[in-house]
Ligand binder design. Structure first.
Ligand code: GAP
Length: 516
């Protein structure tokens, strides 16, 4: 199969799988669907909530140096004028002039149809290439019109009047709410430099061509934080020393210019620092923390992750240096998480437009210092993109005893259910024990699925498909020996254990999970 067909086939399969298992489906699909907007079903919402909870626990609750924030979804238009989103949050749009009249993103057409990278190209350069190579509409093969700049923000009218003064925007990122609310945070808390402010919430982007399932959508949950330092201390990062020996997969600017280079090189964080690959220690630190979070906490395959530096022409208007953590999807290496060095740009802009002071007072060794804080790193990641990555990485098909088995090898921490309980029969005494185990597990805050009908084989397969790490069967022997059969999702190994060992067994696996 040609690579494009293979990619399309894999995506179609994953979309059908997600629909069938209650992970996600296109919103309003009973009416044909609304492109770029997805509903999460009973399984998807559980996985999503677990990812969100883990992110919040690991990066806000369990850290002394990061506080939470929640800005409004419909936001003051001045915030986006100040940030530069009104003038610069754009994509190049081309219209088909043939039969279908569809809109396309020019950079995507060049990447997909000509297999060229566009990060380095201006819109004019892209248009020159498109004309030279006689690029056409992929839907109907029609000619393409000249590109226009398209702003990605959704706007709305607030209140009853419909004039320009009532325009407000649905936030396209959470970050800007953190910047416009910065003064409130420093005045209402006792945060000490360096520190972060985090927000997780829904954002909206009117993407020209939403695609690749949950990868590029128009409404999604964004989890991000701004990490602020004193501008004179961007390299004072004591935590860097704890991570400097760790190896990471790096694809920097230099290697991208050289077409022959491998997909990434492996360096320790210290080696990368000595080679001046990173501009500040905090950014190196946060990228490594997330690289390891994806590998160790989310069990994503290490060889499919790399840190890729943005080329100059690719940088957002606010960024001095940006790195993405990319994953190798079936449709190529693409951004999973972005981490920009936003400098003092945003606070300075919000200060200028609002006339409100954004300075921070720090009690330093040289006395009180007043300055506009510097954003050394902004780790920012879409929740749906993480979910898509867990599926892309963990979805497996295998043939077991002549029958196809679909299994989602997802880390138990993110599985929709911790465990499923199957009484072998609906008979009273077996059911009573199974129910007791169910109640006990619930008390211990496990998420449990109870299934008492159908063949055991089919019950196993259903749980494998959605990633439940363990299934427990209560049978006639249980009535005599107080033991149950516990089956491991990945290895399919089954063993008998005493009911009293069950909780420790589940906890132990969650803590020391090793994907097989
Ligand atoms: N505040 C910085 C910011 O928003 P971004 O690179 O535009 O940066 C951050 O987006 C993250 O949001 C990306 O790394 C990706 O995980 C996710 N993301 C971006 N656009 C998306 C879209 N259209 N659909 C789904 N996720 C998206």
């Amino acid at each position: 199969m040609h690579i494009d067909e293979e990619m399309k086939f894999f995506l179609e399969k994953i979309i059908a799988y997600a629909n069938k298992t209650g992970i996600a489906h296109l919103t309003g699909n009973i009416y044909g669907g609304l492109a770029g907007f997805w509903d999460y079903g009973p399984v998807g919402v559980e996985i999503k909530n677990r990812i969100k909870e883990a992110w919040w626990n690991d990066f806000v609750k369990n850290r002394e140096d990061i506080v939470g924030y929640e800005g409004a979804i419909i936001t003051h238009p001045k915030v986006w004028e100040a940030s530069g989103h009104v003038s610069s949050f754009n994509d190049p749009l081309v219209f088909c002039q043939g039969k279908c009249k569809k809109k396309h993103r020019l950079d995507h057409l060049i990447e997909d149809l000509l297999d060229l990278r566009t990060e380095n190209l201006s819109i004019d350069q892209m248009w020159v290439i498109a004309k030279e190579k006689k690029l056409y509409c992929p839907e109907c093969k029609g000619n393409l019109g000249e590109p226009v700049i398209f702003n990605l923000m959704f706007s709305t009218q607030v209140g009853s009047t419909e004039d320009t003064s009532s325009i407000a925007y649905l936030r396209p990122e959470n970050a800007q709410l953190i910047f416009s609310g910065f003064k409130n945070v420093i005045d209402s808390t006792r945060v000490k430099m360096p520190f972060g402010i985090a927000q997780s919430g829904i954002v909206f982007r009117n993407e020209i061509s939403p695609r690749n399932f949950l990868f590029r959508v128009r409404e999604y949950e964004l989890m991000e934080f701004e990490y602020f330092t004193n501008p004179d201390k961007v390299n004072e990062c004591p935590q860097f020393d704890d991570l400097k020996g760790r190896e990471i997969n790096i694809h920097d600017k230099k290697d991208q210019k050289n077409e022959d280079k491998a997909e990434f090189k492996r360096l320790t964080v210290q080696e990368a620092w000595e080679k001046k690959i990173f501009k500040n220690k905090w950014q190196a630190y946060w990228l490594t923390v997330f690289f390891e979070w994806f590998i160790n906490d989310l069990a994503i395959t290490e060889e499919k992750l790399r840190l890729r530096q943005h080329m100059e022409s690719e940088l957002s208007h606010y960024a001095l240096d940006t790195w993405d953590i990319e994953y190798r999807y079936s449709f190529g290496w693409k951004e999973l998480l972005g981490c920009a060095n936003r400098t003092q740009y945003d606070l300075q802009q919000q200060k200028e437009y609002s006339n409100v002071k954004m300075e921070f007072m720090e009690d330093t060794e040289e006395g009180m210092k007043k300055y506009i804080p510097y954003v050394v790193a902004e780790p920012s990641v879409g929740l749906g993109r993480i979910l898509l990555t867990l599926i892309a990485d963990g979805y497996e098909e295998e043939v077991v005893k002549g029958r196809k088995r679909i299994v989602l090898k997802i880390h138990p921490r993110f599985a929709p259910y911790d465990v499923a309980i199957f009484p072998l029969q609906k008979k009273d005494d077996i059911n009573i024990i199974a129910r007791k185990i169910y109640e006990k597990l619930k008390e211990e805050r496990f998420v449990v699925y109870y299934d008492d009908s159908g063949s055991i084989g089919k019950r196993y397969r259903r749980q494998d498909e959605i990633g439940t790490p363990f299934c427990i069967t209560v049978d006639f022997d249980t009535l005599n020996d107080n033991q149950i059969t516990i089956r491991n999702r990945d290895s399919m190994e089954q063993k008998r254990i005493p009911i009293s060992d069950l909780i420790n067994e589940l906890k132990d696996n969650r803590e020391h999970y090793n994907r097989q």
